[in-house]
Ligand binder design. Structure first.
Ligand SMILES: [Mn+2]
Length: 321
């Protein structure tokens, strides 16, 4: 619960703040805001992630302090793990956390394994950013414009710009409060969504050309191959959100996005989006992954064609239930 997290933050002095591999808006912005919270309390925090910050998020205030150095010795007594349903999601950073450290888990994934010594998991929260906002309020730590910007972007990106079902009246109330710190919604949205390069749009073209729909017209899916990345020189993190094109087709109940892993030729990363009562967390969990009811992911071994066939068959099974 939030009170246990507050007690753990009050108790410790030095923190390691980490979040999931393949960082995105919510994970990065929650980390940045959390670091400001810890600092405002007169404590120390270092932010370390397994993967580097995607170029299009390098404008975030304070982001240059986020390290990917997993080799160094870091002095801390508690680890704050954000936006991760499992400890494995922080990748190699997990090896830096000894048994003597207190692990504090703040997350909104329904598939959470509650792996921390202290866990606050709220699957009704739109984003981890929304939860970090509540920490600021509960702990009476004042927000600055920079912190408000981070929290707003966390919420904006995890709700698909306030379009997904995880958007509640409370989400809008919080967003409204954050705008009061001098943010302009138009320019924030532009800074997050309208920084694409020509290469990114070419990649989108290639990905859209892979679009397939199953026989019943309820499943739409896209793929991205290592060849596309090599040919365009694009950054795979820029494909965040491409799955929504498949989801946006009228009549589609589940959209899936298959990504050949950049490093491992036999690994396919799969993202799911649901636009109906279908619980895609269940489907992802079946394959060892997880996430949210309407957005989830998993990793499978095999060729792209094999994994597509296996996953589409599983979705069809779920649609029949
Ligand atoms: Mn999130």
């Amino acid at each position: 619960m939030i009170q246990e997290v507050i007690a753990a933050i009050r108790k410790h002095k030095k923190f390691l703040i980490s979040a999931h591999i393949n960082p995105e808006g919510d994970s990065l912005c929650s980390q940045l805001a959390m670091k400001e919270l810890i600092t405002a309390l007169g404590k120390e925090a270092v932010m370390i992630n397994n993967d580097p910050v995607p170029d299009h998020y390098k404008f975030l205030p304070g982001i240059s302090k986020l390290s990917t150095d997993l080799s160094g010795k870091v002095d801390f007594d508690a680890a704050l793990i954000l936006d991760c349903p499992t400890l494995k999601r922080i990748g190699g950073v997990a090896d830096m956390i000894g048994k003597d450290k207190t692990v504090i888990n703040v997350d909104h994934h329904i598939s959470s394994e509650r792996f921390g010594d202290v866990n606050w998991v709220d699957s009704d929260a739109s984003s981890t950013g929304e939860m970090v906002y509540k920490l600021f309020k509960e702990m009476d730590v004042p927000l600055t414009r920079e912190i408000a910007l981070c929290l707003y972007i966390a919420i904006l990106t995890d709700t698909g710009s306030f379009n997904y079902d995880n958007t509640s009246a409370i989400t809008h109330e919080i967003a409204g409060d954050l705008l009061g710190y001098g943010l302009e919604p138009g320019s924030v949205s532009e800074s997050v969504y309208e920084r694409r390069t020509l290469v990114d749009i070419k990649l989108l073209g290639l990905v859209l050309s892979t679009l397939k729909v199953n026989r019943s017209g309820e499943i739409a899916y896209l793929a991205i191959t290592r060849k596309m990345i090599a040919e365009t020189g694009a950054d795979i993190s820029k494909s965040e959100g491409f799955v929504n094109y498949a989801r946006s087709i009228d009549g589609i109940k589940v959209a899936a996005f298959f990504k050949e892993d950049a490093k491992d030729a036999n690994k396919i990363n799969v993202s799911f989006r649901s636009k109906s009562g279908i619980d895609v967390n269940k489907i992802a969990s079946f394959f060892g992954g997880g996430g949210h009811v309407k957005a989830s992911g998993c990793v499978l071994e095999g060729t792209l064609a094999d994994v597509e066939a296996k996953v589409v068959a599983k979705i069809e099974e779920a649609l029949k239930e």
